[in-house]
Design a binder for this molecule. Structure first.
Ligand SMILES: C[S@@+](CC[C@H](N)C(=O)[O-])C[C@H]1O[C@@H](n2cnc3c(N)ncnc32)[C@H](O)[C@@H]1O
Length: 280
């Protein structure tokens, strides 16, 4: 399932190169909170031969806006990225979820900033290996509609799959990644049984609220692009979304140490950037 993204921008008319740049920067900050636009940002502006026309286009043509979106949002992702973090998920968090939950309880996971879905699929695969997929729901959210559509399709470039397979094996997997997809014509199509347990939806950590109670939030490599205020906002959402003593996983270069919300979480496996909602 993949909802359409809402119109999120509201530029003031801009006439100079600097104003276009400021307007676009504000746009990116407003919808994403990211404070480190990519180098492609620069190129996007340099491509605009006639600035007035470009601004008009941004106002009126959703395709141009969506292409700017693609340029500015950083969607780098991989299956089982940082395999030691996924090993910790498999060997420490999932057994804890099983032990704590009643056998009929649904396991809900939220993957904010999922990009094209590899992190969410990796988690669904681990839950399948643990025999839990049937009672699992993975909410995979992002603000990039193209990325969400790609994620929901479950189709990935087959040329990249060998590297993903290595990551999967290195995380201590008990199955082969090839059990989960069918390869044809240069594409790897991940099985419907995984996709049926996943909900893909637009959600902005900058402007939206919590929408579900979950046992695990896995938000890897997103906060690193946010300014401090927005990091704190996102962490507040994660805290509110997590059930009692729920888990939070961040990316390997992210930490709660300097956050205004660090008191809301306890260390669980800090070397893998895994935390736990503090007891009230
Ligand atoms: C580097 S990717 C991370 C992908 C994945 N989590 C991983 O670690 O492999 C960052 C993603 O964050 C998304 N993003 C940026 N700002 C966001 C916001 N305010 N709310 C939700 N997602 C956002 C981008 O669209 C992009 O897909």
């Amino acid at each position: 399932m993949c909802r359409n993204i809402r119109p999120l921008y509201n530029f003031e008319p801009a006439t100079t190169h600097g104003e276009v740049r400021n307007a676009a920067t504000q746009f990116v900050r407003k919808v994403s909170g990211m404070n480190k636009p990519s180098k492609a940002n620069e190129e996007a502006f340099n491509r605009a031969i006639d600035i007035d026309t470009y601004v008009q286009q941004l106002h009126s043509d959703p395709r141009e806006l969506s292409s700017l979106y693609e340029d500015l949002l950083i969607g780098v992702t991989r299956f089982f990225r940082d395999n030691d973090a996924f090993a910790a998920l498999e060997h420490r968090i999932i057994p804890d979820l099983v032990e704590r939950g009643k056998s009929e309880e649904q396991i809900r996971v939220w993957v904010p900033g999922c990009a094209t879905g590899q992190e969410a699929y990796s988690i669904a695969i681990l839950l399948h290996e643990a025999g839990l997929l049937e009672r699992t729901l993975v909410y995979a959210t992002d603000i990039n509609p193209q990325a969400l559509q790609s994620a929901a399709s479950g189709v990935f470039d087959a040329a990249r799959v060998p590297a993903f397979t290595q990551n999967h094996a290195a995380s201590g997997a008990t199955t082969s990644l090839s059990d989960y997809y069918t390869a044809a014509y240069g594409r790897a199509v991940f099985h419907k049984s995984l996709r049926e347990r996943m909900v893909f939806s637009d959600h902005s950590l900058a402007t939206d609220h919590v929408f579900a109670e979950v046992q695990l939030v896995s938000c890897r490599n997103v906060l690193i692009y946010f300014e401090r205020d927005l990091q704190d906002r996102a962490l507040g959402l994660f805290h509110d979304a997590l059930c009692h003593r729920g888990f939070l996983g961040l990316g390997s270069k992210e930490s709660l140490r300097f956050s205004g919300r660090s008191g809301d979480f306890d260390d669980f496996a800090p070397e893998q950037r895994i935390y736990r909602k503090a007891a009230p």
